[in-house]
Design a protein around this ligand. Structure first.
Ligand code: HEC
Length: 124
């Protein structure tokens, strides 16, 4: 009898906890896009210098995933190998770190981008 109550209790708490865990997933539209809009979009949209020189636009998910004229900057699942992540972490040559000529992103913003890439860089 006791055991059954404990089991039921465990199942109920799992059901309560599970949605909270799912919610920890990073969302492109809710979490990542606002960061790109604030810190990157001014230069990385058609007609602006970042786009003109590199070909990278962050106007939409598809634009971002298309990358630069040389290829993708996001490798879904692999934040450490993604150019986007390397540049915002300032792990590249100082002359090409991003955002260009502006302050480095805060650590929590860098982590949001990294987690989104690690979780598959989905259009969610
Ligand atoms: C002040 C303008 C400016 C801002 C703001 C800016 N960029 Fe750039 N970005 C550039 C320019 C210009 C280039 C072309 C390469 C260069 O000159 O360093 C570039 C190139 C890039 C590249 C391609 C590098 C390569 O491998 O060819 C990536 C990726 C990139 N930017 C990401 C970002 C991200 C992410 C942000 C926001 C966090 C950002 N940029 C903000 C101007 C900007």
């Amino acid at each position: 009898m006791r055991t059954r109550q404990i089991l039921v209790g465990a199942v109920v708490s799992l059901l309560l906890i599970a949605p909270g865990c799912i919610d920890k997933g990073v969302s492109f539209s809710r979490d990542v896009k606002p960061i790109l809009d604030e810190h990157c979009l001014a230069c990385h949209q058609s007609g602006e210098e970042g786009y003109l020189v590199s070909g990278l636009s962050v106007e939409s998910y598809d634009d971002l995933m298309r990358g630069t004229k040389y290829g993708p900057v996001v490798m879904p699942g692999y934040s450490f190998s993604s150019t986007l992540q390397i540049l915002v972490e300032h792990k590249a040559d100082p002359s090409i770190n991003m955002p260009k000529r502006r302050m480095r992103l805060s650590q929590d913003k860098i982590e949001i981008i990294g987690t989104w890439i690690s979780q598959g860089a989905r259009n969610n």
